[in-house]
Design a protein around this ligand. Structure first.
Ligand SMILES: C[S@@+](CC[C@H](N)C(=O)[O-])C[C@H]1O[C@@H](n2cnc3c(N)ncnc32)[C@H](O)[C@@H]1O
Length: 235
């Protein structure tokens, strides 16, 4: 008898596409962008914006993370995980792109003081990861549709006691137009589109998330990089 499989959800399809992209065509560019390697002027603006974003998210976390369990959801090459572990955090760093996790593991210093990092290849929604005090998702949910973004935050929220800090790609007329034009062209598996989300609509939906409220929100724009940090805290 043939086995029946549940059809893959839009979230699953997008996650698998992102894993192929970040472990394939994008890997070299991503490794360079997240290092001190010389990059083009455009990429330098993206690197500067991302540095500001990482600093902002880290500032929203307690300065002392000792005895705190933190999930770096979609950790990429691991810079935020290392900074959080250096503050004493017990970090679980997950990414579906195993190649990036391998780089992150190699880049991380061997001495992290009181902190430690458990590097994992896999889906950030894997319930075996357990419960956390804080969850951070920097630019790892920007490729998901608004429905999947909200559903992901809801699932992560059920496993988190204190704060969830994430970024989304804010809808601006320019990003919206680029997204619409992008859809006219066949993309194959080259670069999964960033999905712009309206802050107003996101806030309306997150207001219905039980046990959480939106706290800080900051938009960071630097050349070709625009991303919005948002913080959810327990009510
Ligand atoms: C734009 S990169 C950002 C990486 C890192 N957070 C940073 O800011 O340097 C997005 C990352 O999210 C990962 N990702 C996307 N969806 C994921 C999922 N469902 N579970 C785990 N990782 C995911 C991708 O593989 C990719 O490495």
């Amino acid at each position: 008898m043939m086995a029946t499989h549940a059809p893959a959800s839009p979230y699953d399809l997008q996650r698998d596409k992102l894993a192929r992209y970040f472990d394939g065509t994008a890997q070299k560019a991503w490794i360079d962008l997240t290092s001190d390697a010389k990059v083009s002027g455009i990429r330098a603006t993206v690197r500067a914006g991302r540095d500001r974003m990482r600093a902002t998210l880290l500032e929203w976390l307690p300065a002392d993370l000792r005895r705190k369990r933190l999930h770096d959801a979609g950790c990429g090459t691991g810079a935020l995980s290392v900074d959080a572990a250096c503050r004493g955090g017990e970090v679980v760093a997950t990414d579906v792109a195993g190649g990036l996790v391998a780089i992150a593991r190699k880049r991380a210093p061997s001495f992290l003081g009181h902190g430690k990092i458990d590097w994992r290849t896999g889906d950030m929604l894997d319930e075996r990861l357990g419960r956390f005090d804080h969850i951070v998702a920097m630019d790892s949910l920007i490729h998901y549709r608004e429905n999947d973004l909200v559903a992901t935050l809801e699932t992560l929220g059920a496993r988190c006691s204190t704060s969830i800090i994430f970024t989304f790609a804010p809808y601006t007329p320019m990003l919206g137009a680029m997204h619409r034009v992008g859809k006219l062209f066949p993309r194959g598996n080259r670069s999964p589109a960033i999905v712009p989300v309206s802050e107003e609509s996101l806030r309306r939906r997150l207001a219905r998330l039980r046990g959480w409220r939106v706290a800080r929100s900051v938009r960071i724009a630097s050349g070709f990089y625009t991303s919005n940090a948002m913080e959810l805290v327990r009510t």
